[in-house]
Design a protein around this ligand. Structure first.
Ligand code: ARG
Length: 605
């Protein structure tokens, strides 16, 4: 039929306000209406993608799949192309779509209306970038990231987890999803026995001591480990200390708390430098829940005895998941099961996301499967919530191709790393400003803030821009270069746009309300279209848990801006008001990308 139906029955998606959600989402909504009118007998989800060719901006790829469903069923359609024609014809009349044409076996190429694109940009400039938030199908997410281990090294892997996790959190938060940022610190394990005993031995007055007195916890850890390995009597005491701690004995709890506190102070310094918010709910938090959770799993017949341990056998895995060790103690897996139970049932999260190195993939794979066997999670093929995801990432390598380490220490001191990035970016900035005779325009405070933003941003971006699963080589020279796909290059690109706006004699704030964006030049249109893709990029980065998608967008955007700026005169041209608004919109979107990547944008460089 060619009548346009508007009844939205059978749609799983909640009806959103008109104009809300990403452009892709809005096109999909229009296509959904057309599909319902075109093939009312088939229930099908719209397939909408960005066009790869030049015949449209977005394309609908439903026709071929529909053809295989309806052919031979007495349909009046002769071929997929005819279905495509009908889909194009049945698109509801609206101000979004300029035209639609059909290519080959029914691809519907959709051209967006220039004035609609312009209006969407202008609305964003007036009402803020939050109006470009995508609509995600979840309301509450638990994001388990960073999660270092108390008294052990916080290594580069934890830095990656912190940076990737924070970006994911920011992207979800921007999309109006509530994020429970969880630091699942390793604060509960047998290592505490030796740490506590060592504390008693070395600092008899430990109760009165501040955290400074105990000094570096990693050194403390090493010393106590040495003591543990060398002295059987100490080892004995340490093992008893674990029992007494877990039995809740006051003195042992107090000592444990003290050690955790020292570690926490060290971690917090790093989080402060990185501007990362986290709420600590460590392994110990879930400990009281373990017995009841295992009890439930046991009553479902999932837990078996194996070689003195209690285990869950999981299909596709040779080795079972151990949930109670031979000595009766709980472990990483039992803690994670209890934590998942808590996150699902108490915190009522719909999506639980874990950010760790890929080395832990098997662990996550196994306990996710155990949770599915217990009926906590639906079959992943059904694409339903609640769901769990492991966000794995690769190694950080040094110039020698081996695991990244700094010269002096075995582990990388994160604070030192960030410091070095800052001082390197500062000396480069100083050199450039001196050469250009611009050093006089800068205060010390400005210099300091800018080098910090550029340096820290470079470290974060160098990590985030890669597909997280690949290993990457840590190189200050590369990440601090002002050429290529680096944060420094992007900071310059952004600052340049800000300077164009400053140099114009027009008032952008005033223009936002009174001016008009026109996208007459092809490069203006390309830039405008790319700007309004912002929401669907964030949507994709969230859906696939890939910060690199946002980095790629940011980089492409700056390239498109350069093309526009090269081919379209801004200052002093008749189009200046409209083009300044495009500059401003680009700067706003770039800043928002920086913001989601945890990078502080600079306005002057
Ligand atoms: N503490 C662990 C480590 O350093 C990471 C914890 C990740 N979170 C979890 N729920 N298992 O490897």
């Amino acid at each position: 039929g060619d009548e346009t139906s508007t009844s939205a029955s059978g749609s799983a998606q909640e009806p959103a306000a008109p104009g809300a959600g990403s452009v892709k989402q809005q096109i999909s909504n229009l296509v959904a209406l057309s599909l319902r009118a075109t093939v009312p007998e088939v229930d099908v989800e719209p397939i909408v993608e960005v066009c790869t060719g030049k015949f449209g901006d977005y394309q609908c790829n439903n026709a071929m799949g529909l053809w295989s469903k309806v052919k031979g069923s007495g349909t009046s359609f002769k071929n997929p192309n005819a279905i495509g024609q009908a889909i194009a014809k049945n698109l509801p009349a609206c101000d979004v779509i300029e035209s639609a044409s059909v290519a080959g076996p029914g691809f519907v190429n959709i051209v967006l209306s220039k004035s609609w694109v312009a209006k969407r940009i202008q609305d964003m400039l007036v009402n803020g970038i939050t109006t470009w938030a995508p609509i995600l199908p979840v309301k509450r997410v638990v994001l388990d990231f960073s999660s270092p281990n108390i008294a052990k090294e916080m290594h580069v892997g934890h830095l990656r987890s912190t940076i990737i996790g924070d970006t994911l959190a920011r992207m979800f938060e921007f999309s109006n999803v509530e994020v429970l940022r969880r630091n699942h610190v390793g604060d509960w394990g047998t290592q505490f026995g030796m740490l506590i005993e060592f504390l008693f031995e070395k600092f008899p007055n430990w109760e009165e001591l501040g955290s400074q007195a105990i000094g570096d916890l990693q050194v403390f850890y090493k010393a106590s480990k040495q003591r543990f390995d060398e002295d059987a009597e100490f080892k004995d005491r340490a093992q008893q200390a674990v029992v007494r701690l877990q039995g809740g004995e006051e003195k042992y709890r107090a000592a444990w708390k003290k050690i955790c506190e020292i570690s926490r102070n060290e971690f917090d310094q790093v989080y402060k430098l990185l501007d990362v918010q986290l709420e600590e709910k460590g392994e110990s938090f879930y400990n009281p829940y373990i017995p009841q959770v295992l009890e439930k799993l046991s009553s479902q017949g999932l837990i078996e005895e194996s070689e003195g341990a209690r285990v869950i056998f999981i299909q596709g895995h040779q080795i079972p998941l151990i949930v109670v060790k031979r000595d009766g103690g709980f472990n990483y897996a039992s803690t994670d099961l209890a934590a998942l139970w808590y996150r699902l049932n108490v915190e009522k999260a719909e999506w639980i996301i874990y950010v760790t190195d890929v080395g832990q993939q098997q662990h996550f794979d196994m306990f996710f499967k155990a949770a599915r066997m217990a009926g906590w999670l639906p079959d992943p093929k059904e694409k339903k919530f609640p769901k769990t995801s492991h966000v794995g990432f690769g190694l950080v390598l040094g110039a020698d191709g081996k695991r990244f380490r700094t010269r002096s220490t075995e582990v990388v001191r994160l604070g030192d790393l960030l410091d070095e990035a800052k001082s390197r970016s500062k000396s480069e900035l100083l050199q450039r400003l001196t050469e250009n005779g611009k050093i006089v325009d800068w205060t010390d405070e400005e210099l300091e803030q800018t080098s910090k933003a550029v340096g820290y941003g470079a470290v974060k971006y160098a990590d985030l821009k890669n597909n997280r699963l690949t290993n990457y080589t840590f190189s200050f020279d590369q990440m601090l270069s002002d050429k290529g796909n680096t944060a420094v290059y992007l900071q310059y690109a952004h600052a340049r746009i800000c300077s164009i706006i400053r140099k114009s004699n027009m008032d952008v704030e005033e223009l936002k309300v009174s001016g008009n964006i026109s996208l007459a030049h092809p490069d203006e249109r390309v830039l405008g279209l790319y700007l309004i893709r912002y929401a669907e990029i964030v949507e994709e980065a969230c859906t696939n848990l890939l910060p690199s998608v946002l980095c790629e967008y940011l980089y492409n955007l700056s390239e498109m801006f350069t093309r526009f700026y090269t081919n379209c005169q801004v200052v002093g041209s008749p189009e200046e008001p409209s083009r300044l608004l495009l500059c401003e919109a680009t700067a706003v979107v770039m800043r928002q990308c920086f913001q989601l990547l945890g990078i502080t944008p600079v306005y002057k460089l």
